[in-house]
Design a protein around this ligand. Structure first.
Ligand SMILES: Nc1nc2c(c(=O)[nH]1)N[C@H]1C(S)=C(S)[C@@H](COP(=O)(O)OP(=O)(O)OC[C@H]3O[C@@H](n4cnc5c(=O)[nH]c(N)nc54)[C@H](O)[C@@H]3O)O[C@H]1N2
Ligand SMILES: Nc1nc2c(c(=O)[nH]1)N[C@H]1C(S)=C(S)[C@@H](COP(=O)(O)OP(=O)(O)OC[C@H]3O[C@@H](n4cnc5c(=O)[nH]c(N)nc54)[C@H](O)[C@@H]3O)O[C@H]1N2
Ligand SMILES: [Mo]
Length: 771
């Protein structure tokens, strides 16, 4: 692992070795212990690792993968350990730090350097025209925001962003605050993440969430993992895949990159795994072109339908299709309408896969009674992501692979409570039933017109139509697309407020005035008036459970997110407000309200206290009923899409390295891909290198091309010759967000197309590097 965080990205010096073929094992354990020791101290670090994801401990702030009922002591995960260490660090960023560093100075630093300075410990205020953040008391800070909110000409001049770590309790109050004010401007990180999954699943199955539990993975005959890199981003999923494998499952992975974690898992919980003798996971690797998944699933579906016509009743689940679905006849006609030759030519162009490879996949599908499809950002961040996921649903519906054991859809969520935040009403397009229940519970009329999602919020901010930008966590400036446009938009606000745990670029690119409000995180003990409190979270499989922090907060000025929201609301709406904000210092009172507003939370307070929590109902999974517009599961017609790139151009995906958590950089290595000490690298297929006249080690600028004719440039990337699918390059986010055009978004979900950016490579221009 690299040493000090670099301040200047030009110091980035990547060293390239061969990509790995296995994940975890002993290096994962040593790497994790080193990070936790360095950040949190050895003893405190160990204590934390013992508490993470235990039934009485805190929910890991890493990912949203669920816990197994039979937990290992310290259910081990290198990247979970790093997420915990990052939050539980003993380094502090207080008033003296801000006195030393002007905002202009902070804006010049790398995001890596900012994040490594430590935890935010005091509320800080940047006055208009000020050069430095200054300390401010909580009362003054909250009064200032309340006055600004009360002074808006329209509530829609405020935007309330949420990242996905916010607890259910805080999220529920936060959306209530926004709606009480009169706006649905509640963009969240989901808009850039799994929005395409939510859109596609709601339309086809009636519920925008995954339909499987862990036990389904263990019962599956076949698991397809498409567009996901669990070895880095959901390491505990590898334990589940290993267990599934031992129970007889096969695994197909679909990815432009051969990801080490999916090749072999060396379980650090087992002695052999520690020695590097692990379980091979993938049975069939389909090295697909970026965006080719819609064509792949269409091809499988067409072959399934054709096979059934050859031997009627042996391939499709006609009973299920008849009883539970809608639209099969139209779908079938669409699937079969194109002549074979033309169809397969398109599939080959879209996927880059020979037909024989897809037929191998078909053979595994035909041999499997129970199939689960898992996916993440590789499927959700393209223009045609919603049709792609709808086609995955078609695939599962054809053989009745929804709503029975061992089968279903498994969108694997990112942030640890991103799914719970949505359940609590963080959504710019809330369902009318939710608004009715909310209004009835608290005695007010919530706004019904839709609010801004992330992309629309940036546009509105850029046009000067937003005066207050408030963020509950996250790093809006670095996580959003089109960095320059987003930064300009932030700067047009009158007041920007960040409730945060760590310093990041969004604190350095601000509105006319800015506030930083330091919050308790998942690992911190939450004590108020002598009482210890706990929050709840929902994982990727709809399981809700308690989370209790265990480390004493670094400063008595850090506040719980719930208290920040409730106090702000009290000051904004005054003592006569129908919502009794003061009551909510007792989280049980919030849970009582959630129980009455959100379906599935009956007896919430009691069930939240049960070890392991409880599972939310999911109609398609539990009873094969589909609350869609037709009352059935919907087959959908999706036009086959080929992402074409003009000659001499590459399609670029922007993805995560092994040593980062979204915009938080832990270190400069991407161990499994053989990259060390640097992040400004672009992975290019050797044949493409030859065609483009570049070679490994050359420095280039990445220039994205979009129909607006603007050249968006990310300077100074080292070319790495890498076994990625031909025509498809890869580079890390957030360094490449500057390349993603704000207007380039997915149909329906409006998610930025971060996994398919058309770029050309130009010789390194020496242009100054952004921070
Ligand atoms: N340690 C760590 N854990 C995390 C995060 C983190 O940053 N660090 N982030 C969290 C969050 S918010 C999220 S959303 C998840 C993200 O989890 P992932 O989705 O695994 O994250 P990415 O790094 O974006 O990886 C995308 C994967 O999809 C592949 N891919 C890209 N495009 C395509 C395509 O068109 N088709 C197919 N089939 N594959 C494609 C890429 O090669 C890569 O393997 O992880 C969560 N967990
Ligand atoms: N180009 C490109 N862009 C992408 C993506 C991509 O793959 N490519 N992925 C997208 C995805 S999937 C996502 S989810 C978004 C992520 O977008 P965000 O969620 O906005 O970004 P993060 O980097 O996760 O936010 C990190 C910050 O959150 C704060 N924080 C951490 N924990 C807490 C907490 O408990 N409470 C509070 N109040 N604050 C906390 C810290 O201050 C930290 O600096 O980025 C998206 N952007
Ligand atoms: Mo995400």
């Amino acid at each position: 692992m690299s040493s000090a965080p670099i301040e200047d990205p030009r110091q980035d010096r990547p060293r390239i070795g061969p990509p790995g073929h296995a994940a975890a094992g002993l290096p994962a354990v040593t790497n994790a212990l080193r990070t936790t020791g360095r950040q949190a101290g050895a003893r405190r670090g160990l204590r934390l690792l013992l508490d993470v994801n235990q039934k009485k401990g805190f929910d890991c702030p890493g990912c949203a993968w669920p816990e197994d009922e039979r937990r290992h002591l310290a259910e081990f995960c290198e990247n979970g350990a790093k997420a915990v260490a990052e939050e539980a660090t003993r380094r502090a960023v207080g008033p003296d730090f801000f006195a030393r560093h002007s905002v202009a100075d902070l804006a010049r630093r790398s995001g890596y350097w900012l994040g490594q300075q430590g935890r935010l410990t005091h509320p800080m205020y940047l006055p208009e025209g000020g050069t430095h953040y200054e300390p401010i008391g909580w009362d003054a800070a909250l009064d200032l925001i309340a006055a600004e909110l009360r002074g808006l000409d329209s509530p829609d001049e405020a935007v309330f962003y949420t990242s996905g770590r916010t607890s259910n309790e805080a999220a529920f109050l936060y959306q209530l605050l926004a709606r009480r004010l009169g706006t649905n401007n509640l963009p969240d990180c989901s808009n850039m993440c799994h929005e395409s999954s939510g859109s596609a699943l709601t339309e086809t199955l009636g519920v925008g969430k995954g339909s499987v539990l862990l036990k389904d993975l263990y019962q599956a005959d076949l698991i397809i993992v498409a567009g996901q890199n669990p070895g880095t981003n959901h390491p505990r999923m590898l334990t589940a895949l290993e267990k599934a494998k031992r129970a007889g499952a096969r695994i197909i992975t679909v990815n432009p990159l051969p990801e080490a974690g999916l090749e072999q898992f060396n379980n650090p919980q087992s002695p052999l795994g520690l020695l590097g003798r692990g379980t091979p996971l993938t049975d069939l690797f389909l090295q697909i072109r970026l965006g080719g998944d819609l064509a792949l699933f269409s091809a499988l579906n067409r072959m399934l339908v054709q096979a059934d016509e050859q031997a009627p009743g042996t391939v499709l689940d006609h009973d299920f299709v008849e009883t539970h679905t809608h639209g099969f006849a139209d779908y079938r006609a669409h699937l079969l309408k194109t002549p074979d030759e033309e169809f397969w030519a398109e599939v080959t162009r879209a996927t880059g896969l020979p037909r024989a490879r897809i037929e191998e996949a078909l053979a595994l599908v035909l041999a499997s009674k129970r199939i689960v499809v898992c996916w993440a950002m590789g499927l959700t961040q393209h223009r045609h992501s919603v049709p792609t996921i709808r086609e995955v649903v078609n695939f599962l519906l054809l053989r009745g692979n929804v709503g029975r054991p061992g089968a279903g859809v498994c969108p694997v969520r990112g942030h640890s409570n991103v799914q719970g935040d949505r359940t609590m009403g963080i959504f710019e397009r809330p369902a009318p039933e939710f608004l009715r229940a909310l209004g009835a519970e608290f005695g007010f009329e919530p706004p019904h017109h839709h609010g801004h999602d992330v992309v629309r919020a940036i546009r509105a901010m850029g046009e000067g139509a937003v005066r207050v930008f408030f963020a509950m966590g996250g790093n809006f400036v670095s996580a959003s697309p089109d960095t320059l446009a987003t930064e300009a938009a932030m700067r047009r606000c009158r007041l920007t407020v960040h409730v945060s745990t760590k310093l990041n670029r969004s604190h350095a690119v601000t509105g006319a005035r800015a506030l930083i409000l330091p919050a308790l995180g998942r690992t911190d003990r939450d004590v108020r008036d002598g009482r210890e409190r706990f929050v709840t979270v929902e994982d990727s499989m709809g399981m809700v459970h308690a989370s209790r922090g265990s480390v004493p907060p670094l400063s008595d000025q850090m506040r719980a997110e719930v208290d920040i929201v409730a106090e702000l609301a009290r000051r904004t709406f005054g003592p006569e407000d129908p919502v009794p904000w003061e009551e909510f210092a007792d989280y049980d009172r919030i849970r009582d309200r959630i129980e009455r507003v959100v379906p599935g939370f009956d007896d919430f307070n009691a069930r939240a206290r049960r070890p392991g929590g409880f599972t939310l109902p999911h109609a398609p999974r539990d009873e094969r009923s589909f609350p869609t517009a037709t009352g059935r599961a919907n087959f959908t017609v999706n036009e086959l899409t080929v992402l074409e790139t003009p000659p001499g151009r590459l399609l670029l995906q922007t993805l995560r390295s092994h040593d980062q958590y979204n915009t938080t950089i832990y270190a400069l290595d991407d161990r499994y891909r053989g990259i060390k000490d640097g992040r400004r690298v672009v992975l290019v297929n050797p044949d493409d290198c030859a065609e483009l006249g570049v070679k490994g080690g050359d420095y280039v600028d990445l220039v994205s091309e979009w129909r607006d004719g603007v050249d968006r440039r990310a300077p100074h990337f080292m070319v790495v010759e890498y076994p990625t699918a031909k025509g498809c390059a890869a580079a890390y986010y957030p360094e490449t967000n500057v390349l993603v055009p704000l207007d380039s978004t997915a149909e329906v979900s409006n998610t930025p197309t971060s996994k398919s950016v058309v770029v050309r490579l130009e010789p390194d221009s020496g242009a100054p590097l952004p921070s």
